[in-house]
Design a protein around this ligand. Structure first.
Ligand SMILES: [Zn+2]
Length: 308
């Protein structure tokens, strides 16, 4: 039998899996914390060896990496993993495992995974957004993943929407991520509580975006306002993306989308209010992601399959 190896790693965990050539169900998989004994690359290699089938041929390895990733040069510039900043990941993995290795940014590969196996199957022009702790994105244009000169294109979470707005994890102010991500929602709520706004969230020491989503259905005004604000800015950003990329489908993933209509209603309203022309909305599908937690591994699989 012939197999593909895949890995998906970020600041918290490393996941690895082996897939038979024509299957989306892994024959073996493993999840370990990123931090522990040894360096990150040692842990990654060992987690890959652990899932490698004892018999058969390994065709290639696909890797979904957190943070800035130069797919062409095989370099990663992770900001939240200390020994993976400016690191030649592809070379290190090829040296250790003697395989063709293909790497990509996690949000880009999530877009690729949803396009090849998930909600975007068969679509030529696709935009993917993951709204979670941060906001990542990926764009498929004319059946190709948009990478840009250094593979750094489609950083859709870091368009600046508010001059001198809230501080973003990237160090700048007013990015979409600083407003509409889980972090942005939680920061807004904490700020409003500090200003004395009444809310059931005042009883929680450090309310998170998940707490906000849980408080909204009972009508808590601050929770509803926080999600309305996040959804409105998300819709504003999407109206801009639509004018730039003219997608056929927009796929939304990430934990914050579990807030449902509290986020989506104001998002759709803002898209309608800010769209350049109604023509863009004809035949446009806006939907949620299908691949769930496995999107990183399946995106890496899609990359490996398509790169061979
Ligand atoms: Zn930013």
């Amino acid at each position: 039998m012939r197999f593909f190896l895949t890995a998906d790693f970020g600041g918290t965990q490393i996941r690895t899996a082996a897939f038979a050539e024509d299957s989306l169900t892994p024959v073996a998989h493993l999840k370990i914390p990123t931090r522990g004994d040894g360096t990150t690359i040692e842990r990654l290699v060992s987690a890959l060896r652990n899932v490698t089938p004892p018999q058969g041929e390994i065709l290639a390895l696909g890797v979904s990496a957190a943070g800035f990733t130069d797919a062409e040069q095989g370099m990663v510039y992770a900001t939240n993993i200390h020994d993976m900043h400016k690191f030649p990941l592809r070379q290190a993995l090829a040296d250790a495992l003697h395989l063709p290795v293909f790497i990509g940014n996690d949000a880009n590969l999530a877009a690729l995974g949803e396009w090849r196996f998930g909600a975007g199957k068969g679509c030529r022009d696709l935009l993917y957004l993951t709204v979670s702790t941060g906001i990542g994105g990926g764009v498929i244009a004319n059946n190709q993943l948009l990478l840009g000169r250094h593979g750094l294109a489609a950083e859709l979470g870091h368009i600046i929407l508010v001059e001198n707005g809230p501080l973003c994890a990237c160090g700048r102010r007013g990015c979409l991520e600083a407003i509409s991500s889980g972090t942005g929602i939680a920061n807004y709520v904490r700020e409003q509580l500090a200003l004395g706004q009444a809310s059931s969230l005042a009883n929680i020491p450090q309310p998170t975006a998940r707490d906000v989503a849980a408080a909204a259905p009972s009508g808590d005004k601050l929770a509803v306002d926080a999600l309305t604000r996040a959804g409105t800015y998300l819709g504003l950003a999407i109206a801009n993306y639509i004018a730039i990329f003219n997608p056929q489908i927009i796929i939304l993933g990430g934990s914050v989308t579990n807030s449902g209509d509290f986020l989506f209603k104001p998002m759709h309203a803002a898209i309608q209010a800010n769209i350049l022309s109604p023509v863009y909305l004809e035949d446009l599908t806006i939907t949620t992601a299908e691949l769930g937690d496995n999107v990183g591994l399946l995106g890496a699989l899609a990359l490996a399959q398509m790169s061979l």
